[in-house]
Ligand binder design. Structure first.
Ligand SMILES: Nc1ncnc2c1ncn2[C@@H]1O[C@H](COP(=O)(O)OP(=O)(O)O)[C@@H](O)[C@H]1O
Ligand SMILES: [Mg+2]
Length: 311
């Protein structure tokens, strides 16, 4: 049984301009000890998917489908039951630490909070644990820095502190949302190395628009476009044999492959294109692509693609 199995997940936001279909019928599984990368352009629904798993979307969101975690449907749990899972069993490392670190609370306190809540540690033990966690994420002088405030930490150190918070209760599943975004290349590589080390055991959904980083960390990669998955395969297969024209375009936009951008822009999630959602930008378009919405098809063992060229 998979640790996490997402079935037919939809997350729609009703807005004044119409319904934003941010996550549109996503199926995805994560096994124990597996690291799955979720990649795609900004605005394609990655963060919303992560928030849906954590049940952190605003109450007005229309959510459908199932999110099976260890055999339980997270969407059916009460808020009280969900609170016991958040942080303890499933933890999220959020994009953009400044918004998620509380500026008026000491870093150590923010790490200790969840271990006191979930592991029943007393104040002293929780503080010791916080020091240990800062050490684990390689923050020097951790016994001193544990008593500092977020503004005393550099960007890279804030990200490390977020990772320490995420890992403090030893969760079975980590959802890491772009933990390397906005960091300069040296710091980025340090964080990647750290994420690899600290998640050697346990499962992870690693959200990123950086394929290079995903390649370093993930066993499998799911490619998301306009709210749905369009390709899923082992990381090496995504690189060696990308099948979906969008995945190929995404790869070609990497600096190592010539920085060639995909033409056009991502579609509005309020007014999605008919047929294949990628057809207005696709170089292999055929008439049928304009009207027919393709299903995910397994083309090779473990390699799924949503494109009418295949099957
Ligand atoms: N609360 C909300 N209300 C309306 N639209 C939203 C809300 N949150 C996110 N969206 C929209 O959902 C889409 C997906 O957003 P997001 O998941 O943050 O993208 P990303 O892939 O960059 O993480 C975007 O178009 C975004 O504007
Ligand atoms: Mg995001």
């Amino acid at each position: 049984m998979s640790l996490l199995r997402i079935i037919g997940l939809k997350a729609y936001f009703p807005t004044q301009d119409g319904i934003v279909k941010a996550v549109n019928t996503v199926d995805l599984e994560i096994e124990k000890n597996e690291r799955v990368g979720l990649i795609g352009e900004t605005g394609c629904g990655k963060t919303v998917l992560g928030f849906a798993i954590m049940r952190l979307l605003q109450p007005s969101t229309n959510i459908e489908g199932r999110i099976m975690y260890n055999g339980k449907d997270l969407l059916k749990l009460s808020e009280e039951e969900m609170r016991k899972i958040r942080g303890k069993e499933i933890a999220m490392i959020f994009q953009n630490p400044p918004t998620f670190l509380n500026p008026v609370l000491k870093i150590g306190y923010q790490i200790a909070e969840s271990t006191q809540l979930h592991q029943g540690l007393d104040k002293k033990a929780a503080k010791e644990k916080a020091v240990g966690m800062l050490e684990a994420v390689k923050i020097p002088l951790s016994s001193k820095r544990v008593s500092e405030y977020p503004h005393q930490f550099s960007g890279g150190m804030k990200e490390r502190a977020m990772i320490a918070m995420g890992l403090a209760c030893d969760p079975s599943l980590i959802i890491a949302d772009e933990p390397t975004k906005g960091l300069d290349i040296t710091i980025k590589m340090q964080i990647v190395k750290l994420m690899k080390e600290v998640t050697r055991q346990g499962s992870m959904l690693f959200i990123t628009h950086d394929l290079g980083v995903a390649a370093e960390i993930c066993d499998n990669i799911a490619v998301m476009y306009a709210g749905e998955l369009v390709e899923y395969a082992k990381t090496e297969d995504i690189f060696k044999n990308p099948m979906h024209p969008y995945t190929r375009g995404f790869l070609n936009s990497l600096p190592s492959r010539g920085l060639k951008q995909i033409r056009g822009i991502s579609p509005s999630l309020i007014d999605l294109p008919s047929g294949c959602r990628f057809h207005p930008r696709c170089d292999h378009i055929e008439e049928v692509c304009k009207n027919w919405h393709p299903e995910m098809v397994e083309c090779d063992k473990g390699h799924y693609v949503r494109c009418l060229q295949y099957g």
